[in-house]
Design a protein around this ligand. Structure first.
Ligand SMILES: Nc1ncnc2c1ncn2[C@@H]1O[C@H](COP(=O)(O)OP(=O)(O)OP(=O)(O)O)[C@@H](O)[C@H]1O
Ligand SMILES: [Mg+2]
Length: 236
């Protein structure tokens, strides 16, 4: 198992938000966590990446308990986190934004160039704008840039907080397909947290998170066809 989370409890100050969440991600999988507004999706990713402390329970990556390991150490172990709201620098160029992701690479400039070229093959719209300011990109292109920047660090596991946020439905489909292509490229496993149930089309397994607790889970294709999903996720 690449990632194993057991009974994770965490929150802000004295406010407990995650009340004992468990999930696992196998190497090569695309796993999604589906949850309504305020279910705790962002909090979950923050606790996994180390932005928030684990109050109890465990986060195990590749057999290693991350315990109280600092954020940067977790990143060095191959844990990537694409946060809510994209986190790209508007006044830097596309190229400069990508280069910010390179601090974690230790395998040399040639390998980095090769990966960048592969990413640009998948993202021709971005390649064309390499010298332009990020602020001149459309919302969808900015999201692609954020994804490219996360990918260029070559994470073992990339966690993405609402890739679909604020995008038109056709763009959402395109970005989800891009994740599938990146997985096929090899080497990266994905944990996608989403409000958008369209993620069920591209993930292998899905967990529903409901007010900081696990609800139903299973193969995404089964959940897609299930009435329980409507009850569990939409709460009726
Ligand atoms: N910085 C914070 N300080 C205190 N409480 C917070 C903070 N951020 C989130 N919360 C609370 O934690 C709970 C879960 O929020 P979280 O942002 O994890 O939900 P979410 O599933 O990501 O929602 P959304 O779909 O809106 O992004 C909410 O009740 C929220 O009010
Ligand atoms: Mg959120």
């Amino acid at each position: 198992m690449l990632l194993e989370i057991n009974d994770l409890v965490s929150g802000y100050g004295r406010l407990e938000v995650l009340h004992g969440v468990s999930l696992s991600v196998e190497e090569g999988e695309i796993v999604s966590v589906l949850g309504a507004n305020g279910a705790g999706k962002t909090t979950l990713l923050r606790a996994i990446s180390g932005v928030l402390d684990t109050w109890s329970g465990s986060v195990v990556l590749d057999g290693e308990n991350l315990g109280s390991l600092a954020i940067e150490r977790r990143a060095m172990r191959g844990l990537g986190h694409l946060p809510e709201g994209r986190g790209i620098f508007q006044n830097l160029s596309v190229k400069e934004n990508l280069e910010l992701g390179l601090g974690l690479r230790t395998d040399g400039a040639a390998a980095v160039r090769r990966d960048r070229d592969r990413l640009f093959d998948l993202l021709p719209a971005l390649a064309e704008k390499i010298g332009e300011q990020a602020s001149s990109l459309s919302g969808g292109q900015q999201q692609m840039l954020a994804l490219a920047r996360a990918m260029i660090t070559r994470p073992k596991l990339l966690m993405i907080d609402e890739l679909s946020f604020g995008l038109a439905p056709n763009l959402v489909d395109q970005l989800f397909e891009l994740v599938v292509d990146l997985r096929e490229e090899g080497g990266t496993t994905f944990l996608l947290v989403e409000q958008n149930a369209g993620v069920l089309e591209v993930s292998d397994r899905t967990y529903v998170l409901r007010t900081g607790n696990n609800d139903i889970s299973g193969p995404s294709a089964e959940l897609r066809a299930s009435h329980d999903l409507v009850r569990s996720y939409l709460g009726h």
